[in-house]
Design a protein around this ligand. Sequence first.
Ligand code: ZN
Ligand code: ZN
Length: 363
Amino acid sequence: MTRQIKKRLAGLRRRLVRRDLDALLVTDEMNVRYLSGFTGDSSAVIVGRSDAIFITDARYTEQAAAECPGFDIVTRRSRMIGEIAGQAGSLGIESLGVEAHVLTLESGGRLRDELAPVKMVETTRLVEGLRERKSKQEVEAIRACIDASERCIEHIRSYLVPGIRERDIAAEMEYFVRGLGFDGMAFPPIVAFGPRGSLPHARVTDRRMAEGDAVLIDWGVAGRGYCSDLTRVFFHNKIPDRFRRIYQIVLEAQQRAIDRIGPGVSAQEVDAAARDYIARTGFGEQFGHGLGHGIGMEVHEAPSIGPNSEGELRRRMVFTVEPGIYLPGVGGVRIEDDVLVTSRGVKVLSDAPKRLNDMVITA
Ligand code: ZN
Ligand code: ZN
């Protein structure tokens, strides 16, 4: 068992003690990976106060043994729920926590029946809570994805010429980052030409870039089990007047939010720093989404940074800061960077150019 895995299990066990649970059943695929190092699927982990059981099927026995040293590897011969109930029974425990946000109603009900007399206790996001704060190695892995993202966008600039399709840009990005040795894009990139930029989650289409189109690209890279998430907006030859103003507002809003970030600060307050500024410029209604979200093993994970967020920022959290203004029929501007909360405040991990004049592509 690596030091990293030992630390994670210890962190989870402290939470079990606090909640008076004897063990936790982990079935979310990413949480299983986080706790065990296993890179396959269809498996579950039971973490007790001192036991760590890994349940899989015959396809994965060999892989699990190699990837999860220190776990008792169990190859199930029957249904997963029956095996889980049997293992929990043999641990001699009274209560087993389950991930209520992951189990379906159907499997939860069946598990409850089969576990008896062991009591099933619903928990939510215990492991996700641990995952919020990144280790040094995790930050390094995210940084590597960010670096690749920045090389990718630098590469793609020269492709942004009238006539090219959104789809062509997305394909070239994928090809380029794979060439760098990464797994690929962390999610299908958004490449939105002209008015399509007002759709915060546009899918790429066959639309061809026209003279004067603004180009919004939201992209991330996946590799070594982690990912990045950035957004930039480019202009071809000149900046349309309407965009000049909203670009500066979004950039300023982002900076105000970044300036607020630090350990102990409420996530809501950081969101408000950007949101209130945008509202004062009269575009409040055009910023309809949260300010940011955690990134790590997944592109969207805890914490969320929005007007309804409850938590406080803590050291070693990594998340995005991505205010935007969207004008239907005209286009949109979103600027997204990835930040790390440090003991002193914040470190912006991404540094792809974003000053307005840097975003003009001349060709
Ligand atoms: Zn994004
Ligand atoms: Zn994002």
